[in-house]
Structure formats: C-alpha cells, structure tokens
Design a protein around this ligand. Structure first.
Ligand SMILES: Nc1ncnc2c1ncn2[C@@H]1O[C@H](COP(=O)(O)OP(=O)(O)OP(=O)(O)O)[C@@H](O)[C@H]1O
Ligand SMILES: [Mg+2]
Length: 284
C-alpha cells in the first residue's frame, strides 16, 4: 500500500503528493439490532460516493457487513481473524467490494472463537490497532463494524479507533444503554486509548409517527447536545431489503429515503470533520 495519496493536478500537468489523514471510526453499541452494520455499510458507501477511499473492517463474527456487501462466507479468502490471531498484515486480508473506492476486511466463521483465543495473546487489546496503522495514509476513512457486546473484539475496535460513531435506536431503554456505552468509552480513553473521542450519535430506524421516538430523540439531544447528528435515519423497507441482494442500499435504490439519509449523514460528518478540531474531547 502507498503511504501517500498521489493526486494529479491537471491544470499544471504535475503530480503532487497529498498526505492523507486517515480517520478511523468504530461503529459501536453493545445493544443488538440497532443499525450498526447498516450504518457501517451505507455510511461507508456514501463516503466512497463523495470520493473518499474507505476501508470497512468487519469485526463481528456474524459477518453481516461482509454478507451485505456480497462477500459470501464461502468466498471469503482471508479474514480479520488471521489479522488478529495469526499476525497477517491488514493489506493481505483486504478484499475489493462492488463499490468503487471501498474495500473490506471480511469477518470469518472462526472469529466467534476469537474473544476467547485473544485472552492469551500478547497485547490482546492492541491487535487491531497494531495492524491498522498500515491503513493510515492509504484510506480516508476506516469504518469498523463492531459486534453487539463490549468484549475483546469491540475493545480492539475502540483501541484502534480515533472516534466512536454510535447508532442509536430511539426506544425506551436507549438512554440507559447509551450511558453504559459512554462510561466504557471513557474507561478506554483513560486507560488504553487516550485520543479516543465521540464522533457522534446517529438515530436509526426513526419513525416520526411514533411519539416515543420523538421523546427519546429529544432526551438524547438533551443529554448529548450537538454530538447527536441532525440527520436521522428513517425506518425504510428498502434499507432492510438491500443486504439480501448483497448490496448497500445506495446501490439497491439510491432514491429511497434510507439512501438519501445516509448521503446526508456522510455530508454532515464530512462537514464536521472540516470544521471541528481533529480530536474533540468527550464530556467527562
Ligand atoms: N433504517 C432502517 N430501516 C429498516 N430496517 C432497518 C434499518 N436499519 C436497519 N434495519 C434492519 O434492522 C435489522 C438490524 O440492523 P443491523 O443489522 O444494522 O443492526 P446491528 O446493530 O448491526 O445488529 P447486530 O447487533 O446484530 O450486529 C436488520 O434486519 C436491518 O436490515
Ligand atoms: Mg451488526
């Protein structure tokens, strides 16, 4: 992999090396089924559509991001398991996706044993961080899809990441789960990864006709203020259909409300990246 992005400047006919600052996002929430994988796949696709080079790292043994991108379990060559446990380089485990500019390191079936196997491995919390350094300078964004638990796989993601993106489904127990996650992020920040920050919270599967959704959204905004994105991802059947076709919803149906929301989310994230300092601190 190149450590620098060489960008042509056609008006002068010269080639200027442009150092790439890679942003590593962990998409995490210990609660299951809140839209982590959907957000990983579709936000990454929307970022790629904005001209960014993106790598998805599938850290979930369920392998939903890999399957949803058409990388079927029996067609996966190398996987993140070999990177974490066998010392394989990240580059060797990268597979292209059908989205131009977007690659993936797939999950593998053996990843379900990795939580236990990692316990005896040296630098067990840093395995992904050590491997991912290689991607810095090659991709604009690395987006890590975490499993629905706060075990060693998610911990590896939080230690490797610059920031955490939290998909949150607006439902009754959402705030309770969110404060638990915030405490975990804070602990990782104090111990293993001092530069970790909160990228933002995105409300998913939002239904404006549901009063509870509106109430929970207001509570979350009251708790975290502008760290909650203005963009909310609506509940949309096309979003849930797309993975069975092995495609991000942006390729399946670009015009549907779900695709358009992920495009708006990508824009909002890119705008914030340009206007905020690189490492906004977490509230204590
Ligand atoms: N905006 C949406 N509209 C409709 N369905 C959605 C939407 N977002 C996600 N879903 C569906 O909800 C289910 C859970 O989503 P997803 O797999 O992204 O959650 P997850 O947090 O990754 O789950 P897990 O914790 O099991 O990894 C999936 O069937 C997905 O297709
Ligand atoms: Mg998932």
């Amino acid at each position: 992999m190149n450590l620098q992005h060489i960008e042509a400047t056609p008006e002068r006919g010269t080639v200027t090396p442009v150092p790439v600052v890679t942003r590593i996002l962990a998409v995490a929430n210990q609660k299951g089924g809140v839209g982590k994988t959907t957000t990983t796949v579709n936000l990454a696709t929307a970022l790629a559509a904005c001209g960014k080079r993106v790598l998805i790292v599938d850290m979930d043994p369920q392998g939903n991001a890999s399957t949803g991108l058409g990388v079927a379990a029996d067609k996966r060559g190398h996987s993140i398991y070999q990177v974490l446990l066998d010392g394989m380089s990240l580059e060797a485990a990268v597979t292209r996706t059908l989205v131009p500019g977007m690659d993936i390191v797939p999950s593998g079936v053996d990843l379900s044993g990795a939580e236990l196997e990692l316990i005896d491995v040296p630098r067990r919390e840093y395995r992904l961080r050590d491997a991912i350094q290689q991607a810095r300078g090659t991709y604009d964004f690395v987006v890590i899809d975490c499993p629905p638990a706060l075990g060693l796989l998610t911990l590896n993601a939080l230690v490797a990441a610059d920031s955490v993106l939290v998909p949150l489904q607006a439902e009754f127990y959402a705030l309770e789960g969110l404060s638990h996650l915030m405490r975990t992020i804070d602990r990782v920040k104090r111990g293993l990864n001092p530069s970790l920050s909160l990228q933002g919270v995105v409300l998913t599967m939002f239904d404006r006709r549901n009063n509870l959704c509106e109430m929970v959204a207001a509570d979350v905004r009251g708790y975290l203020g502008d760290r909650v994105y203005k963009t909310m991802i609506p509940r949309n059947v096309r979003v849930s259909e797309a993975p069975s076709h092995g495609k991000p919803v942006l390729l399946y149906d670009l015009r549907c409300a779900g695709s358009q929301a992920y495009v708006r989310l990508a824009r909002e994230i890119l705008q914030r990246e340009n206007s905020l300092p690189p490492q906004p601190a977490l509230a204590s």
